[in-house]
Design a protein around this ligand. Structure first.
Ligand SMILES: NC(=O)c1ccc[n+]([C@@H]2O[C@H](COP(=O)([O-])OP(=O)(O)OC[C@H]3O[C@@H](n4cnc5c(N)ncnc54)[C@H](OP(=O)(O)O)[C@@H]3O)[C@@H](O)[C@H]2O)c1
Length: 275
């Protein structure tokens, strides 16, 4: 297997460009799913406190026997845990559930902009980073206006902004703001939860390369420089989703997928979602 490329984050930490997401995997099925993903070659796992499966992830990491330094583990502070003290406590809870003594990446899950509490959470993440408790800190679902408020604090710039991106919702404004600030863009629901695999631009590219539609969409993310974290509980799909390193979409095929933008949001809108 070709090794998974990495992105160098703005503090020098290397993050795998393809990871494994565990949203909606029940806790008691997560150990088996993550073990299968690790066996398939994934080393980056994306979980969150609100997914309720950090314990299952932790059991898999322990059972895998893989050295901790080969793994890249992300979790996220939920909206109920916004605020300095709350976020510091949430970090300890996540670590305990995962059975780890540090995370590679800790994210603020949503800005929940009805209050500015995410700014206090950001200061908490900076404290964790300064204390060497976490290797990188970032945000999720942040719009450019929320990024500007973080930048205006004058401290650390987020290493990552994890947002919904797939062919039907490309969020060019967020990607541009991320790039302007040196923030890596990470795509959640990179496959639109499986819904975006029937467009003719995707099907035609898949046919021309002898690949599956999911491989074409994940290759499109990769060629545009994003991190993506496809989820699957199906071992054959886990392997399929990693097996995208040995073909290249043409400029015309990339443009054809770019043209599928249709404001096809599947999740909540960050401007109005407050939990
Ligand atoms: N920060 C946030 O607010 C946020 C929000 C949502 C998600 N996320 C993260 O992003 C990760 C990925 O997003 P997601 O889970 O929403 O959706 P996704 O990865 O876009 O799609 C997952 C769905 O696609 C199916 N699938 C996977 N590989 C496939 C393939 N090769 N061919 C056909 N179907 C395939 C899966 O089915 P099976 O599992 O049945 O194989 C599952 O139903 C999450 O797990 C989570 O870690 C973050």
């Amino acid at each position: 297997m070709n090794s998974i490329p990495t992105i160098t984050l703005n503090n020098g930490v290397a993050m795998p460009q393809i990871g494994f997401g565990v949203f909606q995997v029940p806790n008691d099925e997560t150990e088996q799913a993550v073990l299968a993903a690790l066996a398939a070659g994934y080393r980056s796992i994306d979980t969150a406190a609100v997914y309720g499966n950090e314990e299952g992830v932790g059991r898999a990491l322990a059972a895998s026997g893989l050295p901790r330094e080969e793994l890249f583990i992300t979790s996220k502070a939920w909206i109920a845990d916004l605020g300095r003290e709350e976020t510091l406590a949430a970090y300890e809870t996540s670590l305990a559930k995962l059975g780890l003594d540090y995370l590679d990446l800790y994210l603020i899950h949503w800005p929940a902009p009805a209050t500015d509490a995410y700014l206090e959470s950001w200061k908490a993440l900076e404290e964790l980073l300064a204390a060497g408790r976490v290797r990188a800190i970032g945000v999720s679902n942040f719009l450019p206006e929320h990024l500007e408020k973080i930048v205006a604090l004058g401290g650390s710039i987020p290493a990552v902004n994890q947002v919904e991106i797939h062919p039907a919702l490309q969020q060019h404004d967020i990607q541009a703001a991320n790039a302007e600030h040196g923030i890596a863009t990470e795509a959640w629901s990179p496959l639109a939860q499986g819904a975006g695999l029937n467009d003719s631009a995707v099907l035609d590219a898949a046919a021309s390369h002898g690949r599956t539609p999911a491989q074409v969409v994940l290759r499109w993310h990769l060629q545009q420089g994003r991190i993506s974290i496809p989820k699957s509980v199906t071992p054959a799909r886990m392997a399929e989703n990693l097996n995208i390193l040995d073909f290249e979409l043409t400029g015309a095929q990339m443009a054809g997928i770019d043209a599928l933008e249709r404001d096809g949001r599947t999740g909540p809108h960050p401007a109005t979602f407050n939990g």
